[in-house]
Design a protein around this ligand. Sequence first.
Ligand code: ADP
Ligand code: MG
Length: 279
Amino acid sequence: MSDAIISIRDLHKVYAMGDARVNALAGVSLEINRGEFASIMGPSGSGKSTLMNVLGCLDQPSSGSYRLDGIETSRLTDDQLAWIRSRKIGFVFQGFNLLARTSALEQVELPLIYTGAGNRRRRAMEALAAVGLADRVHHKPTELSGGQQQRVAIARALVNDPVLILADEPTGALDTKTSGEIMGLFKQLNAERGITVLLVTHEPDVAAHTRRVIHLRDGLVTSDERRDDRSRQPADEARRNGKVAAEAAEPVGDGQSLAHFQLPRFGFRLPLQIPEAQQ
Ligand code: ADP
Ligand code: MG
């Protein structure tokens, strides 16, 4: 089985606005592997939300291919897309999207009701405990802080055991300290459960928590940068790796550089950016 959880090829999304056409996605190709923790950055209007909507099976592309966990989605019916959404993907939004006057426990049980899963109470309690809210399960959104509300939303995204969490500006409504805590939680879920996490952010500080940063502009990927997680890597090992990478980037015998080798793998055509840890 392929390692790719997301595999898109030449994805286009065209919106018709009267006589004008907007190329919100203008030919995006991208692979995200199982277990990655990645972010998408880019100016307003660059196509980030359009891409997330397609990746989340909330919207269909105008053309191109999208395979999610091995399933080609472009030929599926609305019902089939809804089935995939509810079982494979957890969504987290900037504004939390919680129901008012509904307890945390009931919010987190909702996706289980939708998929007809059993053991709802126990599973919802476990998901809330996993996000550090075991002692807040009967609280309603108005009785919780912003960070706690986003934790409820993350528990709701987790409860159906998704293979992928998609988050559109998940820290956009939070202060810096709380943003860091929420990013720490995503990092932990990624590391401990192997859930692939892909998030959109405007903030470099937030993107810096992830191990891969993809930039969009005018509906195209303009850079795709992977970096080592330096917090897990002893300094001397990082230096050694940096040296090896710097040497490999020099033209080698047959005149090919590392950049050329990486082109097919990353599927973009711009100059290769050397990960931060290797500069
Ligand atoms: P971002 O999330 O990066 O700010 P979007 O994906 O929301 O960008 O939008 C990309 C482009 O597509 C923008 O030019 C936007 O105006 C346009 N667009 C987005 N959604 C629609 C829509 N439903 N109808 C028409 N144009 C849209
Ligand atoms: Mg957006």
